[in-house]
Design a protein around this ligand. Structure first.
Ligand SMILES: C[S@@+](CC[C@H](N)C(=O)[O-])C[C@H]1O[C@@H](n2cnc3c(N)ncnc32)[C@H](O)[C@@H]1O
Length: 461
């Protein structure tokens, strides 16, 4: 019977016995079992029978054979591996062979990996780059890799940028004098009454840790009117471009929007639907926001407008209009070559411990939360929604920004969670409401006061 113990015993006796065992097997599953359980390969192990398996008709067997060959560190295998690579059709097996070549970590690899850089599968090219980066200081390797900054594939370009260009760019950047966890006092727990684009002119680079916002819903609600959908998207582009500038390296922006409907002009016209999250997305990516996640905010059926009524009567095809119970929370990160670990490491142990997300956190990207109804404002964030976003995407004492502050739910929740907030809102009535109704200490500034504070108050703590 085939057991792990038998495989280990035969492996340690020498590969002759193991090759014989493989030959004896009638079915693919048994060969796979042997290959999966080979484990550590002893020195001087001869990989002959593994090479034979590289021409097996079943691709999984070829793949595992390549994986095991990678464990045998023999430069003599190079030429053979390359030949197999050239004749292999399955891209996952090809990748494994390139990985096997790379793992040899021998200078002889270079010429083979240079040829593999021409492959049409970007994952294979990345694997070859990985193998070559072992020799990144070698002039010939630099000469081959650096031009790939213009490669057609974005993954390849990102790897090359990080390895060869990011450091230089970092040196050229005008750096903020603040440590990553710090921000300016004059921004903390402040609400500015004004047009967001005006206000942001007075906010220094890299001062905000998280932005969570719900922009106006084009012309669906009457607090803002735009001349056209294009003008609306371009306005939001400007807002999120500025938000990008004031956001700290590698930090997050979460935008809550949903497709909207503009009612028909008369019965002889149709209403029009605008897919805001999807149309806004390219503008965000273009301006340096890297897409991270899409979270669906699901509301109960009873809380949304009934659109299905007409269809329910006659059930005629093409008349189907489901009730829209969802909104999107699109999650973006300010593009950087640094990993999230880098952001996390910039906090002290105490802050990190105090910011640990409590039990009961949401495990999926569908968040079922009841909406919030408000007489004065038609699009108020539920506190639960803000709570989750702030807890999952910021640390204690961070500065949380909402460019479209509305009734101030982001501010109120940020404060309750031990964060600081910075809001902009153009509607004075809402600002009044924030300060009157909420029993927390906020500073509502006019644009003039804020300008003054910005000029004089770049103090930090
Ligand atoms: C969808 S609501 C935000 C509601 C908010 N999330 C809340 O919980 O109350 C959008 C808000 O953006 C504000 N707004 C629209 N255009 C603005 C601009 N150019 N500058 C600042 N605020 C603006 C509107 O007055 C409105 O209150």
């Amino acid at each position: 019977m085939l057991t792990k113990e038998l495989i280990t015993e035969l492996k340690n006796n020498g590969n002759g016995d193991l090759g014989y065992l493989v030959d004896k097997q009638q079915d693919n599953q048994s060969i796979l079992f042997i290959l999966e359980n080979l484990g550590y390969i002893p020195k001087n192990f001869d990989g002959v029978f593994l090479f034979a398996l590289l021409s097996h008709h079943y691709h999984k067997i070829r793949l595992l054979a390549a994986k095991n060959i990678a464990k045998i560190n023999k430069v003599e295998y190079l030429e053979k591996l390359f030949q197999v690579f050239e004749n292999e059709q399955d891209t996952s097996v090809k990748r494994e062979i390139v990985s096997a070549i790379g793992r040899l970590r021998k200078v002889e690899n270079k010429s083979y990996l240079f040829k593999i850089l021409q492959d049409s599968d970007p994952k294979i090219v990345c694997q070859a780059i990985r193998g070559l980066l072992v020799f990144e200081k070698h002039q010939d390797v630099k000469e081959q890799l650096k031009p790939l900054i213009n490669h057609t594939n974005e993954m390849v370009r990102t790897v090359i940028y990080k390895e060869f260009f990011a450091e230089e760019d970092e040196k050229d950047k005008e750096k903020s004098s603040l440590a990553h966890h710090e921000t300016y006092d004059f921004l903390k727990n402040t609400v500015v009454n004004g047009d967001v684009l005006e206000v942001l002119k007075y906010v220094p680079n890299e001062s905000v840790h998280l932005t969570f916002t719900s922009p106006p819903y084009y012309n669906a609600r009457d607090y803002s009117i735009y001349p056209s959908y294009q003008a609306y998207l371009e306005f939001l582009e400007q807002v999120f471009k500025e938000t990008h500038r004031i956001t700290k390296e590698g930090r997050f922006l979460i935008v809550n929007t949903s497709p909207i409907i503009i009612p028909r002009v008369s019965r002889s016209h149709s209403s029009k639907r605008y897919p805001i999250p999807f149309d806004l997305h390219p503008y965000l990516v273009k301006n340096g926001w890297e897409f991270i996640d899409d979270i669906i905010w699901q509301k109960p059926d009873y809380s949304v407008k009934n659109r299905i009524g007409g269809f329910m009567q006659h059930r005629k095809p093409l008349m189907y209009k489901p009730n829209a119970v969802t909104e999107y929370l699109m999650v973006y990160r300010k593009e950087t070559s640094k990993l999230i670990d880098w952001n996390i490491r910039s906090y002290d142990k105490k802050t990190t411990k105090e910011s640990i997300v409590p039990e009961g956190y949401e495990r999926t990207n569908v968040w079922k939360i009841d909406p919030c109804f408000d007489k004065i404002h038609s699009a108020v964030f539920p506190v639960e929604l803000c709570k989750r976003v702030i807890q999952y995407y910021s640390f204690k004492n961070d500065l949380v920004f909402d460019p479209f502050g509305g009734s101030g739910t982001v501010g109120k929740t940020a404060k309750a969670l031990g964060r600081k907030f910075f809001l902009t809102e153009k509607d004075v009535n809402l600002l009044k409401r924030i300060s009157e109704k909420n029993s927390y200490d906020i500073i509502v500034s006019s644009l003039e006061t804020f300008k003054f504070a910005s000029k004089n108050g770049n103090n930090i703590s």
